[in-house]
Design a protein around this ligand. Structure first.
Ligand code: ATP
Length: 436
């Protein structure tokens, strides 16, 4: 450990689809540390590349920044806590990273960016950490070190917050009962909260056997705490913690996909012209191609995104930017971009040929048969050719995203389009951690 008494603790891969949640582990870690250390920021919940194949749910990783004079003693307790709670039996491969400096070096920042945009091989992670003088502990295949390192290295350009409430042990696995009307009211009262419900579906409660009761997402900590006090439920949760997060920022799309490589599992955007008009496949998925001078890319939008109504009006030549992840090729399918975001940048004119209008009577002229020209039935005026008319486009330039039910944690909701949260002040007087 170096002289500095700032420590960044990164954690990942502690859960499985049968239980646990890395955010809950972070809650327990803060509970353990809170009487002994100073917190220098809100705990970070960083969603990494959502297109990697082995994530449990939302590819979330955690980091916590503390100040302490005696980390040596605490480190063993932290490792014991993580190893005690991680669902190793069901395949969790926990990674813990400790970085003993206030300033995060560029190599960690760049590593974190790669983990947001690409798939990283775990083969060299230990070597990377050692060569950068970063302390770590891991178990199993050490996959968790990738997320743990990236959570520490993540730099926010924009952020949101999530208040996550945790269940008591006796309730884990049971149905989460929260009233929809109540959630609707809360969303109405706090305009800075987003994606709490869509139509008649509650979006703040997960469905698995993990310890999360509900999570409310929004722009500021105070509103989230006030909103959580208004949630009506018979269940008595264990406590809550507020995380600062890149959720709702679409930061995984701030990357131009390298179309010369078109690497599987990469996330980002590609710009090009529509080269085939979108078609609807069996199951309601829409496929189309975009092209530029050097590449042609197949894109697919799944039915659940409900983007069909927009996509079906695109025409060859329209300029678009598509965001999403590259799906690996299979025996049946080539590599495709799974569409998460559509920006229509420029629409071509939609023109079509039509029978001419009579200049005298202003009536549509009738065809006299193939290559026979046209005649006005009323005044018998003749004309030889069809005319070109402009058809009004039924879509507009703009940004289109899937419906909230189909959002990923990282998806920037419509409510946040153009919003950048610049308030980086850490207000430790606000009860961002609470046990009931
Ligand atoms: P939850 O969101 O419930 O915490 P999860 O979806 O985050 O679960 P994990 O069990 O943490 O899933 O598994 C994700 C694993 O992938 C972690 O080991 C993490 O270190 C690793 N990982 C994250 N990003 C990348 C990446 N870009 N390339 C390779 N591995 C990655």
């Amino acid at each position: 450990m170096k002289n500095s008494n700032t420590v960044h603790i990164g954690i990942d891969d502690t859960d499985s689809k049968y239980g646990m949640c890395t955010t809950y582990l972070a809650y327990e870690l803060v509970r353990l540390l809170r009487k002994e250390v100073d917190f220098l920021d809100y705990p970070k919940l960083i969603r990494l590349n959502p297109n990697i194949p082995w994530k449990t749910r939302g590819n979330g990783s955690i980091s916590i920044k503390i100040k302490t004079t005696n980390f040596g003693r605490l480190k063993t307790r932290i490792i014991n806590l993580v190893m005690g709670l991680a669902d190793i039996e069901n395949g969790a491969n926990p990674g813990l990273v400790f970085y003993y400096n206030d300033v995060i070096p560029n190599r960690l920042i760049n590593f974190s960016q790669s983990a947001l945009f690409k798939l990283i091989s775990r083969n060299k992670i230990k070597q990377f950490l050692e060569s950068n003088d970063v302390d770590y502990f891991s178990s199993g295949n050490s996959q968790g070190l990738i997320g743990a390192t990236s959570a520490i290295g993540y730099q926010f350009n924009d952020h949101t917050f999530e208040l996550i409430t945790y269940r008591k042990k006796s309730k884990i696995g049971g149905v989460r009962k929260i009233s929809l009307d109540n959630v609707k009211l809360i969303q109405k009262k706090y305009a800075t909260i987003f994606n709490s419900y869509y139509k008649n579906r509650i979006l703040i409660t997960p469905h698995g056997p993990d310890p999360v009761f509900y999570g409310i997402r929004g722009e500021d900590v105070k509103s989230l705490i006030c909103a959580s006090k208004l949630i009506q439920t018979n269940e008595h949760p264990k406590g809550y913690m507020v995380f600062k997060s890149n959720q709702g920022t679409s930061s995984h799309l701030d990357n131009q996909i390298d179309t010369s490589k078109f690497e599987p599992y990469a996330s980002g955007t590609i710009t090009g012209h529509i080269s085939t008009i979108p078609i609807v496949n069996k199951g309601g998925h829409v496929t189309f191609f975009i092209t530029n001078n050097s590449y042609t890319v197949k894109c697919i939008s799944y039915r659940q995104t409900r983007l069909m109504n927009i996509l079906m009006h695109l025409l060859v030549g329209d300029l678009v930017s598509v965001g999403g992840g590259i799906r690996k090729a299979s025996k049946k399918h080539e590599r495709v971009l799974n569409l998460e975001l559509l920006k229509i940048l420029k629409l071509v004119k939609h023109v079509k040929l039509a029978n001419p209008k009579c200049k005298i009577c202003n009536k549509n002229m009738k065809s006299e048969g193939h290559d026979q020209g046209f005649e006005c039935r009323k005044c018998k005026t003749k004309q030889t050719h069809k005319i070109i008319i402009n058809v009004q486009r039924s879509i507009k330039c703009g940004t289109y995203i899937p419906i909230p039910n189909a959002h990923r944690h990282l998806t920037r909701p419509l409510q946040r389009l153009g919003v950048i949260n610049k308030n980086i002040y850490f207000d430790n007087t606000i009860p961002w951690f609470h046990t009931f």
